[in-house]
Write a protein that binds this ligand. Sequence first.
Ligand code: PLP
Length: 769
Amino acid sequence: MTNLATDAKQPLSLIYLDANATTQVLPQAAAAALVTMETLFGNPSSSHVTGLQAKQIMDKARQQAKQIVGAGEGTIIFTSGATEGIQTAILSALVAAKKTLDKDADYCLLYGATEHKAVPESLKHWNEILEINAEVKEIPVDRMGRLDMDFIAKEVPNALIICTMAVNNETGVYQDMNLLDRTIRTNNANTAWMVDCVQALGKTDLDLSQTSIDYAPFSGHKLYAPKGIGFMYVRKNAPFTAVIAGGGQEGGLRSGTENLPGLAALSAIFSMLLGESESCFASVATLHLFRQQMVSSLTQAFPEIVFNHSIENSVATTINFAIPGFSSKEIMDLFDAANVRVSSGSACSSKVTRSFVLDAMGLPAWQSESAIRMSFGPAMTQELVDTACSRIISVAQALQQNCLIIDTNSMAENTRADKTELDGLVQFKVGGNCSWLYVDQKTKSAIFIDPLPEVADRLQTILTCQELDLVAVIDTHGHADHDSCRVSIVESCLAEQQTDALGWPDNTQTTKINGNEYQYLTLGDKWLVKVATPGHTDDSISLLLCEPVTDATASLQVHYAFCGDLILMASLGRTNFSTSSAPEMYSSLQSLHTLIGNNSLVCPSHDYNNEFTTSIATELSRNSLLAQVINNEMNSAAFSLQKAKMDTHIIDESGSEIMCGALIGTCNKITVLDYDSASLAKALKQSNPMKLIDIREPHEYALQHDDRFNINVPLTRLVQFIQAQQDKQQELVLICRSGSRSQIAAQALGRLGFENVGHLKGGYALHQY
Ligand code: PLP
């Protein structure tokens, strides 16, 4: 195990900064639970002594809960957690409302736009089950996450229930409860009001009986008690319908034998909150200082950081931020590598992870897509905060070392990282689109092919940090599905350069290959040869990175063929644009094949299925149309006919992306060897030397890795590895964070003919360093 963060050979300690998702059970709570499992294990409903002892634990927890939330004459009911409390509140309110519904009135059910999903989903569920058919309406929030009081005043007169939250789980933003109370009651004295108090417990003072709140659900696992225990406050005389009927526990309000271990643990936490036992909880003022310190470290490490909420109107235990140019997934992977657990925005069905909470607040899309939440609880300590802060600096240092952020003066001299030199081919993927950067470190020169706007900033950072000269920025064709950022890059780096419409520089040299003349650029000891390959569009070109031509009659030694949308993985570029021509594509395929042969790596401008690269040999075995063209088994007219048919089937499963070619062949998943720790250890003892490869990005690898995995081939450089690794029998075992990137890479290698590729299932997440 090696790690950058300490320069030591020990694993990094775990820093858990995801308390808003759940917390560890504190030793005091775990000990209390254990006693009720081993000794005081009675059923609180039993009338014998063991039962009475159990009941006493439960009664104590109830009294404590009442005191903590200021329940007054209200009732505390123990539940399995907040989701159950939310059901109970909504069911109770709607069952009562149903009795007095006026058939001609238009009713609504109101909830805050940033509410936990349990709330709108439960509203819709019970609205349908109870056949109330009220309109479920979202209350908008402003940029600070505060509920729109005018909207509430207008809509609440028709509301059967209004659901709001005390503190938001993603941003820590709290609402002005007094203002909310006044707004609701001035406009509707009788509507039911539920306040989700899950994230408020232990972080703000509560005095529920002094408000007109009818229901307030709470959850134990957000405050150091185990999962499966929660409670809810119900105001005196608020309507109530039990969700669970049965043996009449909880005064008939919630049947089922009580979760005594959970109750005992919760009671131990309550004792600390109430100062009845020695507490490890920091005061709110101290928690604010902790957050300030972490905010300062983040700002020092990432000067461009943007905070997604105002620190002033959020509880002290939550920080939500975005770092320009980085997705939440990238930052989460990075912090995970540093053994710091943070959370990204809520996962959703689309390709990018984004936060509906930040979307509702009207923050720009990039902030929502890049959101990272750090959250801690009142048991946070100064020592942990200090470690978290130094880990934040290490994380930034790893990014600097790999030229993903520029080293600014904000870092102390002694924490600055040495740069890792970039050499060779880097693939940038954005959805199904690819850009390609080729760097010749010796001559400090670089070319950028098919530049996507999303990677323009990252490219600029790499160029500056690596002190590279950009020789050219070239598109393989005028892209129909996305913008090129060529012009903007050229403006800032190559303003003087004269080029054609795609960025190929004027006055380049020419060479003869097989009797034809081609233009080429020099890049270190390689050439980049331009070949006209019209078909997909009339301006389409392919760019061949190859060894210099010394003998015009010998075959070209091509390392990479950047062919745009001519050959795609298991497909061919579409030819149904106004400037397309299937007969021209037919000729282009044949002439490209003559130049690059079967085995050169083909690097298209799309990769819809995570295959990274391909070769004509790989395509021949699954793309019969291409095979017939290459093998001269089909003429141009027949090809055009087939191609026209194919182009009527261009689909994207999600319907959201313009696909640049229809799938012709199969993209069947290749089976790869799955290793676990034991089978890997066994395999390593056998005679064949295996190559153990960590395929995470270099900044993750730098933070911490298993020393046995002493080769780092990040996915962005996989194509370069494939080019260099000629021995396809070599046994390869890949590892990543969770096993998903390693599986994708292993499958890609398998498709390209690597015969012995496996990966460590579950990755570092499930295997010790
Ligand atoms: N409400 C909020 C604000 C939450 O953060 C959560 C937990 O994620 C819940 C409700 C659901 O709580 P539980 O896990 O106890 O059902």
